[in-house]
Design a protein around this ligand. Sequence first.
Ligand SMILES: [Zn+2]
Length: 374
Amino acid sequence: MKIPGRGPRRGPLAGVAAAGTGVCLTVFACATCGSALTVPLTQVPLPAHAGQHYSHELLGALMEPGTYAVRPYPAGPPWRRWDEVGETEAAARGVYAPVYSLSDGPPGAVAVAPGDVRGTAFIPDRLDGYCYGVDGREGPNLACERCGTPVATRIDDCASWQAVWLEPQAIQLLPAASPPSPPLGWETLRRHRPETPPVELDGSWDPRSEAAVGVALAHLLAASGGACVTVPDGPVAAMFRRALDFMCPPGPSARTLVLGGPGLPAVTAAIALVPQHPQTGEHWAEPGAAAVVSLAWDVWAYLAFHRERRPVPGGGALRDEIHRDDPPPRLPNLMFQPDRDLFLFTLARLPEVGQLAVRAIYDRVNTRYGPLPF
Ligand SMILES: [Zn+2]
């Protein structure tokens, strides 16, 4: 299957559209018989929480309706243990530090929302799961309804984000019916994309933000070479500082982490924490920064623009309908815990983990179990 490249890259998205990029509608079809397997979809970056395992409950859908994302790395069965694979072969496969096991599954699986799938049927003897649903442990569990070829894996078990993962070797792209349309400009995003606080109704942090920060932390330590990174007081500190203080060796800070992006001052000398475009996957360019680390747009926008409004006792009680129509902002009541597993997963796949200082941090986190600070 050939999918147009849309990997993250740094570069400007001046104005409304960057040259050569566009939002295309795509239909995936069975490679064997040509039957359509999805509704028309547009590509977006793979969410940071795609590989997240969280709690023991049914999670929501990984993908927004009408979108798809490509997982560039192998995932799913069969699995091979680290001592069977060995350091040399692992490095050739882009894994540079010990992990429990490596997937021998194919790279390039395509995630879509279950409601966007068409023309498939469950494969009856592949419907195992842990407890709530199916988890694909036997391989693809959805077949093309017309020809019977296994084409996808439905995941809807506890602790996993619900998705259908299309098998890269079993699908093809149907020609786009319409020309690409330009992606939203950064300024349009800033002004019009509604800000959603990454906080659940019960005051816990949204696990998607914990995943995004876990991944960003890995890139941040790779960028700093394992040296300490200072985080000024403010919203970024609430998400990053505790984990950095735990992981980094004591000593003078090499760098400071500062927000950069549309509507914010230019960053010079520091490491810039910039947004990833939610349609193209491109990162905001920050040419004066020492390095750039990106976060999913929604998490970044919360850090950049959210201003906390804690209720202040007033002179009189507000009527119930005012609370109903204008509820107080959702505020976190727990400490933020970046996703430890995704931090390790990401750092193991960055070549910088070969540097002694970065590897020392990786080993320390990898051999330490417990909730704090992860
Ligand atoms: Zn088919």
